[in-house]
Design a protein around this ligand. Sequence first.
Ligand code: UT7
Length: 328
Amino acid sequence: MGLKILGTGYYLPETVVTNEDFTRIVDTSDEWIVKRTGMRERRIASEPTHVMAEEAARRAIENAGMSPEDIDLILCTTVTSDYITPSLACIIQGNIGAKNAVAFDINAACAAFVYALDMAHMYLQNGYKHILIVSAEGLSKITDYTDRSTCVLFGDAAGACIVGWGDGEFKSVLGSDGTGAHTLFARRPLNDVPFVTQVDPQSVDHFPDVNRPGVLYMDGREVYKFAVGAMSKALLGACEKAGLQPKDLDLIIPHQANLRIIQSAAKELGLPLERFYVNIDRYGNTSSACIPVALAELNAQGALVPGKKVGMVGFGAGLVYGGCVFTL
Ligand code: UT7
């Protein structure tokens, strides 16, 4: 059984930050950022993550011609929830009035939308009918704006879709490599506890002691190497399971971490770059929101034509990756 996209929505904060804006706070240039990443602009939110998430969710429900009561499961992906607990999914469920929905979050960093689709596919087999997936990221909350090698990369956004049963097949490949966990992380600040002096997990895990708690650290070169391999491995694996060749895919929606990573994957898979949807120039890397925002943009353009074969692929902190293919 396959999976059908019944509706999509996305939300972008109003504030646009250009490459030129970064030249005023760190030692960088528009030329370096464009050449090394393909990024030109990104959005930065003043609103909390859940506000972006709810707006994207409402738009997806409206686009599907449904009401919040029709949703029976909400899966949210985020690494920047406003609350440690409850889940972002429960906050959305309450605020949009999806009173019949079970709601919880998934943490798989930038690959999480693909993980959520995979999980939705399993829940559909379990009897759920209309599953709302919301991926919302306020990465500006965890970005170190004194670190030029990471701060230019990230933006804020939320994307959502509703999925139900469809014809055709949904096939996926997920993978994790925790030995690379130290290459991309943000650690939680320690709490002040009156009875003990807590051991900083960083000191026993031997993660690099390079930045303050609460902001992202990334070994860009290591993650880059992982990403290029993971992109083709995940897409090829999903195609193989579906009995397809990469060339059979009409459209590929990749995670938008670096245009050069997408170009390398296209080359490795023997596909023209035009087959890959790219909006990295406008929004930068919005972690798990990249793919659903792209999906919603494509839907608004009328590009999600029934019968077309689509591939999605993501990778990120963990390290994790995930790819899937299905027929629209
Ligand atoms: O979504 C999660 C997954 N994330 C990713 O997949 C990101 C993967 N990594 C990358 O996309 C790239 O590694 C980066 C875009 C982060 C960095 O590009 P790079 O070509 O790998 O640069 P680099 O780290 O090798 O640095 C090359 C030089 C360094 O200077 P030196 O040591 O050669 O003098 C950096 O300090 O570029 C310098 N540099 C910058 N220069 C100007 C790093 N960031 C900047 C900057 N502006 N913003």
